[in-house]
Ligand binder design. Structure first.
Ligand code: GLA
Length: 734
């Protein structure tokens, strides 16, 4: 008999279970062995708060029940409480662990996972969402095998590289069928997501703070709480898992004024003028923004201290009056005068050596005294584990936020940790620096969001370097990536959608050629890809042609009409660019088309309205017979299906995407029964009426203009990266 052959709920180090443990406690005598035995349990309605950590919440106690299992290690006196919250919404359980030292000596926690889950077999495909700056969240998959598969971060934030969200799926699972499980951590710092398959082919999942460089002193009488982890289960494929998570995140993670409020369409100044801003320039841009229907004007980096580039002034949060003669208030009044809301960029966690703040408090940064420091974007990280640093951030930001009529704040964080050290902690507590930083950050975010409940906060960390459920507990949206290229963004957004609602992913229309990739994509595609996220613009409208601005105006008006569906609806993935890269599915777009289309649908909560998008990567001559398959419609509701006629001549822009294509129902694939449901069908037009089941199962044939020959632009309507939006408006029976 060995514990190794049992499924364990929270395995310890140093037993007859030789797999990786959930907990490891270093005692004064050097032993790391503990043995937790059952004491008692409670079941309570609702969801308790966690000390200093963001967590899921309920509005009413009936929405969840929490089981707390109490265990004790008799040798050390450590009490362990395992918390399990089961939500009335199907398919989600959250977990966390609380340690209280009821003994007489101090111990060190070396490992304290948020969850450990032993599964009966190893028949799973592991999916991770990896990348780097400007190419976040690429899906990487492989079959689980004996040994360890893990991703994590030791960069101090949840990282561009490996998101704290992983998926296990049965090998046969697809978007709409089969068993899929998602695991996510409500935490913004160093994490580890791991699957261990033992030689008996069982799988252990552990999720929690990365034990690397973690060592938490727990003196007698004190408690430590591990962050909460979320487990999502779906019996019907990826879409079901994602939708369960989307709903859950919108109801039990995102909170406050903006939880259910429609988000404004913004224009951000960054890609329009980078650091080179002035009141005059910004007002010119804002006037153009107002003209096309934008609602919120955001001034990005460059407005404070002596900031001309990234080498100075972080920490000195006072407006540069050479750039903004009337300060923030002067500019904000003028922006409001144009009928726009006003927002700003800040990066409160950082300091440049060239700043008044660094001169005043050189010891406030995370660096090792007397040792050379690794630089990152010319800036250093403030030691947010220190109370006085947190207070500085809270007070300096409160001053900024109340100095003008500010309705939006982009909170950036542009470097990763390297040389971990806090001059405020003794040598034996240096293993606490990274977690103390995150706790300090959460205190700042909590205080500021409570003081300024009406402000719409957007998280950012050089794009998606800190995109996680911890941040979303305070800020309802996060800038998804510094890559604004529509082709890359389509993939990035789709991959975010596995674990996060797209309303939490900010996405902007930017200029062409794109600043990150130099690629040209049609304006219409840029709009369509961005409008599925938290929508905005980030380009210099003053440089744009009249026709482009006309097109934007029309796109913005359209977005406003469908905003509620896009921001609050249920999102479905259809075909994907990723299909072309999965093993055994080809990969050559030009040869077999696998992975050449991206297909999304967003359906209103009541199912009566939907917006769809079909995007192609590359034109393949003489082959494309495309069909758009909507998803999530009500089978017996009759929908008005249409795409829009575009007035402007897009050829002026150097692309051809916007000419209207004929759309018709593929009659040959319909049964008599389904056909009899038609009341009106206009044949070769984009505008007809059909029942939900007809649309979903027959599909809408997009022919034959998707492709065609090159020399005749009457036929060749869709260039590379083209996409189309489709609208479905259901008839509601009175
Ligand atoms: C980061 C952000 C960008 C922009 C710049 C400003 O890179 O991700 O969107 O705000 O900082 O310096």
């Amino acid at each position: 008999f060995s514990l190794e052959h049992l499924k364990l709920e929270y395995p310890v180090y140093g037993s007859s279970d030789y797999r990786y443990p959930a907990v490891e406690i270093l005692q004064e005598n050097g032993s790391r062995i503990s043995d937790f035995t059952y004491v008692s349990y409670t079941i309570a309605a609702g969801k308790p708060k966690l000390q200093g950590l963001p967590a899921t919440y309920t509005e009413k106690d009936e929405e969840a029940q929490t089981l707390c299992v109490k265990l004790k290690d008799e040798v050390t006196g450590i009490v362990l409480e395992l918390l399990y919250t089961i939500f009335t919404q199907r398919g989600i359980i959250t977990r966390s662990a609380r340690f209280t030292n009821e003994g007489t000596s101090s111990v060190h926690l070396l490992n304290a996972m948020s969850l450990s889950l032993d599964l009966p077999d190893k028949d799973y495909v592991w999916m991770q969402f990896s990348g780097a700056w400007s190419r976040e969240r690429h899906v990487k998959e492989r079959r689980l095998e004996q040994g360890i598969q893990s991703v994590g971060s030791i960069r101090g934030n949840s990282s561009h590289e490996h998101n704290p969200f992983i998926v296990l799926r049965r090998p046969s699972a697809t978007e709409n069928a089969g068993e899929v499980m998602g695991f996510s951590l409500i935490y913004s710092g160093n994490h580890r997501m791991q699957a261990e398959v033992d030689t008996h082919d069982t799988t252990r999942i552990t999720v929690g703070i990365n034990p690397q460089n973690f060592c938490w002193q727990l003196p007698a009488g004190e408690s430590f709480e591990a962050p909460e982890a979320v487990m999502a289960y779906a019996e019907n494929g990826f879409n079901q898992m994602s939708q369960r998570l989307h709903h859950f995140i919108r109801e039990h993670i995102i909170r406050g004024t903006w939880q259910k409020k429609e988000r404004p369409i913004l224009l951000n100044s960054w890609e329009a003028s980078y650091f080179d801003i002035s009141e005059k320039k910004l007002l010119k841009l804002a006037k153009e923004a107002k003209e096309v229907g934008i609602e919120l004007f955001v001034m990005d980096d460059g407005w404070f201290g002596e900031r001309m580039d990234d080498s100075s002034s972080l920490g000195d949060w006072e407006a540069n009056t050479k750039k903004l003669p009337g300060g923030l208030k002067g500019l904000s009044d003028k922006i409001h005068g144009l009928g726009l809301q006003f927002g700003i960029w800040v990066e409160p966690e950082m300091v440049n050596v060239k700043s008044k703040l660094y001169v005043a408090h050189p010891d406030w940064t995370i660096e090792i005294p007397g040792q050379p420091h690794s630089e990152g974007r010319n800036q250093r990280i403030l030691d947010l584990g220190r109370r006085e640093v947190q207070d500085y951030i809270i007070e300096s930001m409160s001053k900024v936020f109340s100095s003008a009529d500010i309705s939006y704040v982009k909170w950036d964080m542009n470097r990763t940790f390297s040389d971990y050290y806090s001059t405020a902690l003794p040598p034996e507590r240096q293993g606490e620096v990274a977690h103390r930083y995150v706790l300090g950050l959460y205190r700042c975010m909590r205080e500021l969001t409570e003081r300024f409940p009406e402000i719409l906060f957007e998280g950012c960390a050089a794009g998606g370097n800190r995109f996680d459920l911890g941040i979303l507990c305070y800020f309802p949206q996060i800038w998804g990536s510094d890559d604004t290229d529509a082709l890359c963004r389509a993939e990035i957004e789709e991959n975010y959608s596995y674990g996060y609602p797209l309303s939490a992913v900010s996405a902007h229309v930017s200029a062409c050629p794109n600043h990150q990739t130099l690629r040209n994509t049609p304006l219409e595609t840029r709009f369509q890809v961005a409008c599925f996220g938290s929508f905005g613009y980030e380009c210099n409208l003053c440089d744009m042609k009249k026709e482009e601005k006309e097109a934007m105006k029309e796109q913005i008006a359209l977005y406003k009409k469908w905003r509620k569906v896009l921001q609050q609806g249920t999102f479905y993935r259809g075909r994907s660019f990723y299909d072309g890269t999965q093993s055994g599915m080809g990969g050559s777009v030009l040869a077999d088309e696998a992975g050449n289309q991206m297909e999304w649908t967003c359906v209103s909560e009541d199912g009566t309205k939907a917006v769809g998008m079909l995007m192609q990567k590359l034109v393949v001559p003489n082959t494309q017979q495309q069909t758009y398959y909507p998803k999530g419609l009500l089978p017996d509701v009759r929908y008005h299906f249409y795409n829009r006629k575009l007035k402007y001549n897009i050829k002026e822009f150097g692309d051809l995407v916007n000419t209207v294509s004929p759309v018709h129902i593929r009659q040959d694939s319909l049964t008599h029964q389904v056909l009899s449901k038609f009341v009106k069908m206009d044949g070769e037009t984009e505008d007809f009426h059909a029942y939900g089941d007809t649309l979903m199962y027959g599909g809408v044939h997009v022919s034959p203009a998707f492709g065609g020959t090159g020399y005749n632009d009457k036929v060749r309507h869709y260039p590379d990266f083209a996409s189309r939006l489709y609208f479905m408006d259901g008839e509601v029976k009175k």
